[in-house]
Design a protein around this ligand. Structure first.
Ligand SMILES: [Zn+2]
Length: 235
């Protein structure tokens, strides 16, 4: 399984950081924050290589780059179909936004929404709005991805026994109350959920300066600290 890192950051951006987003096996995009299109271009990735976009929830930092993605993809004149999966009537909302931007009709061709795939299992995160988690079972590898979430048993159940467990870690461990209040996790909370899930590799994401600093101090062989614009191959 190949994981390309587009962004690792929470909604409040820092210099040289993009909002949380990953490409799996060169064709599945997980979340599409602002600057996703810019990252594709800078890294020489074709928009038309993406077959499926999985949106965890409709906050700007996870969804706000989708209209631009659709525009840039249209310039590649592809006849391929793309499937967009997400909560909260994503099809209607996306069409509304595209219409607000006077998007030409032919830009919207070959876009489908919320199809069913056997190897994509949707669960629920615990956030301030409806929020999906995704479990991908591809070949002999399983990857689990949370959107934004505070602790929930369902995360552990749906992420159980994954090879790769990508979990948000917005806050440092001493800010548990604030994390829970806003539907987020601390480093400690995310790591505990990872351990409870008995998964193999923990990739923290949706980080902040404070949470990154804490994660970088943890000396444990099961954490992969993702670097933006890098590609990781999990054998
Ligand atoms: Zn977020």
């Amino acid at each position: 399984m190949e994981i390309r890192v587009i962004g690792t950051w929470n909604s409040k951006l820092s210099k040289n950081r993009r909002n949380t987003s990953y490409i799996i096996n060169n064709n599945i995009l997980m979340d599409c924050g602002p600057h996703t299109a810019e990252s594709f271009i800078n890294n020489g990735i074709k928009f038309s290589d993406i077959d499926i976009i999985l949106i965890s929830h409709m906050h700007l930092d996870h969804y706000g780059g989708l209209p631009e993605f659709i525009w840039q993809r249209a310039f590649e004149s592809t006849d391929k179909k793309i499937m967009i999966i997400g909560p909260d009537d994503i099809e209607k909302r996306t069409h509304n936004i595209l219409n607000e931007y006077y998007t030409p009709d032919y830009f919207k061709k070959n876009i489908e929404f919320n199809g069913n795939f056997e190897n994509i299992i949707i669960g629920n995160g615990k956030h301030s709005i409806k929020d999906y988690t995704y479990r991908l079972e591809i070949g002999n590898k399983t990857l689990f991805y949370t959107g934004d979430t505070s602790y929930s048993e369902e995360i552990i159940k749906n992420g159980y026994n994954s090879d790769i467990f990508i979990h948000e870690a917005t806050y440092p461990s001493n800010m548990e109350d604030i994390a829970a209040k806003y539907g987020h996790s601390t480093v400690n909370g995310a790591y505990k959920s990872f351990k409870s899930s008995r998964s193999k590799i923990f990739i923290p994401t949706h980080m902040s300066e404070l949470s990154l600093h804490e994660i970088a101090e943890i000396d444990d062989g099961d954490i992969l600290l993702p670097e933006e614009n890098k590609k990781y191959v999990i054998p």
